[in-house]
Ligand binder design. Structure first.
Ligand SMILES: *[C@@H]1O[C@H](CO)[C@@H](O)[C@H](O)[C@H]1NC(C)=O
Ligand SMILES: *[C@@H]1O[C@H](CO)[C@@H](O)[C@H](O)[C@H]1NC(C)=O
Ligand SMILES: *[C@@H]1O[C@H](CO)[C@@H](O)[C@H](O)[C@H]1NC(C)=O
Length: 367
C-alpha cells in the first residue's frame, strides 16, 4: 500500500516537474534572435516566402530576413544581437507559441528599429490581450530600442504575435525586429517595510546583456499587466528600465530613468488611511550615461508635491529625498516625473533624464 502511494507520489512529482520544465521562465525565446534563418529556397531576395521558413516562428505578410551590414539606401542596417533580424513590412507579423504557466504574469522584451520616417507602430499580442507600441520617439541613438510588454497567461500556451499594422507605399519600410525574450514576473507584495509594491524596481522585464540602452516601459501601461509590476506608465512617453550591468543605479540591480520630462511619468496607487502621516522616501540620481545638467524630479503623493533638484555630472551618483504628507483619501496616488528634458552630452540625440530608485512609503506616528 505504502509502495503504491510512493509510486503514485513520484509519478505526480515527475509529471509536475516535467510540466514545470516545459514552461518557459526567463531569457531569449527559441530563435528569439533570428540567428537561425530560412533556406535560400525559401527566400526571394530578402523576402521570406514560406510561412514556416524561419525556425520556431510562423510568419505572415511581407517579412524580410535582414543580415547585419546590409544596406538600405544610404543606411547601413546593424542588428543588436548576433547578425540577423527580421523586418515586418505592411501588415506583416511573426508568431511563436510558447509554453507558459496558466495564471502567471509575464513580460516580453523585444528590440525594434525604425527604418523609414513614417510613424511606425507595432501591435504585440497574446490573445486576448494586446498593446500598440508607438515607435515615433527614438530613445537611443543606435536606432534600436527595446520595449517591454506584460500579459497574464490565460492558458498553458501563449501565442505571441508581433504585427506591423501599418500600410506604407514602400513595402520595404517597416520596423526591424530582433531579440525577443520573455520573463516570468513574480508579483511583488507590500511589506511592513514598504507600503509600495516593487519600490526598488528589482522585479521587471528582461534586459539584454548585449544591449547598452536598457528596456523601455512604454506608455499606457496599466496596473494589472504591467511589465514593471506594481507601477503604471500613464504618460505619453516611455520610462527606461536600467540594470547595474550597464548603468549606475542607486540601489540594488535595477532602477528607472525618467527620459522624457513631464511626458514620462510612473505612478502607483496605494491604500492609505485619511488623517494618517506618511513618509515617501526615494533616491534621485543619474545613470552614468552622459546625461549631465540641472535636473529636477517632482514627486507627488495625492495633492502634496516635492521638487528635488539634482545636479548631474552624468557620471553616476544620487541623493535621497523625503516627502512627508498626511493622507486625505483611502487611496493615494504616488507619482514621479522629471521637470525638464535632457539630452545625452555624448550624442545630442538620445533622450535621458534623472534616475529614481529605492522608493519607500511608510506610515509614521506623530511624535
Ligand atoms: C510545450 O509543451 C508541449 C506539450 O506539453 C510539449 O510537447 C513541447 O515539447 C513543449 N515545448 C517546449 C518548447 O518546451
Ligand atoms: C554578446 O556579445 C558577445 C561579444 O560581442 C558575443 O560573443 C555574444 O555572442 C553576444 N551574445 C548574444 C546573445 O548575442
Ligand atoms: C492588435 O492585435 C490584436 C490581436 O490580433 C487584435 O485583436 C487587436 O484588434 C489589434 N489592435 C489594433 C489596434 O490593431
Amino acid at each position: 500500500m505504502r509502495m503504491v502511494n510512493l509510486i503514485l507520489l513520484s509519478v505526480l512529482l515527475l509529471s509536475s516537474t516535467c510540466h514545470f520544465v516545459s514552461a518557459f521562465t526567463d531569457g531569449l525565446l527559441p530563435n528569439g534572435d533570428f540567428e537561425l534563418g530560412p533556406k535560400r529556397s525559401d527566400m526571394k531576395g530578402t523576402e521570406v516566402i514560406n510561412r514556416h521558413a524561419i525556425p520556431k516562428w510562423e510568419i505572415s505578410g511581407f517579412v524580410e530576413y535582414i543580415k547585419s551590414g546590409q544596406k538600405q539606401g544610404d543606411m547601413l542596417l546593424v542588428v543588436p544581437e548576433g547578425a540577423f533580424a527580421v523586418r515586418l513590412g505592411n501588415e506583416a507579423s511573426i508568431k511563436q507559441r510558447v509554453n507558459v504557466t496558466k495564471g502567471m504574469n509575464y513580460a516580453i522584451t523585444f528590440c525594434a528599429a525604425r527604418t523609414c520616417a513614417q510613424e511606425e507602430q507595432l501591435n504585440i499580442s497574446v490573445s486576448p490581450e494586446w498593446g500598440v507600441l508607438p515607435m515615433q520617439t527614438l530613445y537611443s541613438s543606435s536606432g534600436w530600442d527595446c520595449y517591454a510588454w506584460g500579459f497574464v497567461a490565460l492558458s498553458s500556451i501563449a501565442e505571441l504575435v508581433i504585427h506591423n499594422p501599418g500600410v506604407e507605399e514602400d513595402p520595404a519600410c517597416g520596423p526591424l525586429i530582433d531579440s525577443v525574450a520573455m520573463r516570468v514576473l513574480v508579483p511583488p507584495k507590500r511589506t511592513s517595510m514598504n507600503l509600495l509594491k516593487n519600490g526598488n524596481f528589482e522585479e521587471g522585464p528582461f534586459i539584454f546583456r548585449n544591449t547598452t540602452w536598457g528596456t523601455l516601459i512604454p506608455p499606457n501601461i496599466e496596473d494589472a499587466h504591467s511589465p514593471l509590476p506594481g507601477w503604471m506608465v500613464e504618460s505619453l512617453k516611455a520610462v527606461k528600465y536600467l540594470d547595474s550591468n550597464h548603468f549606475s543605479v542607486p540601489s540594488g540591480k535595477r532602477a528607472v530613468e525618467l527620459v522624457a520630462g513631464k511626458e514620462s511619468a510612473i505612478a502607483q496607487v496605494v491604500r492609505t488611511t485619511p488623517g494618517r502621516r506618511y513618509a515617501l522616501t526615494f533616491a534621485v540620481g543619474d545613470a552614468n550615461d552622459a546625461c549631465a545638467g540641472s535636473m529636477v524630479v517632482e514627486a507627488f503623493a495625492g495633492k502634496d508635491t516635492l521638487k528635488v533638484p539634482y545636479a548631474s555630472k552624468g557620471k553616476g551618483g544620487f541623493k535621497r529625498a523625503v516627502l512627508r504628507f498626511v493622507a486625505t483619501q483611502t487611496r493615494t496616488r504616488i507619482m514621479f516625473y522629471s521637470t525638464f528634458y535632457s539630452m545625452r552630452s555624448d550624442d545630442f540625440s538620445s533622450l535621458c533624464g534623472p534616475v529614481i530608485d529605492d522608493v519607500r512609503l511608510l506610515s509614521i506616528r506623530r511624535p
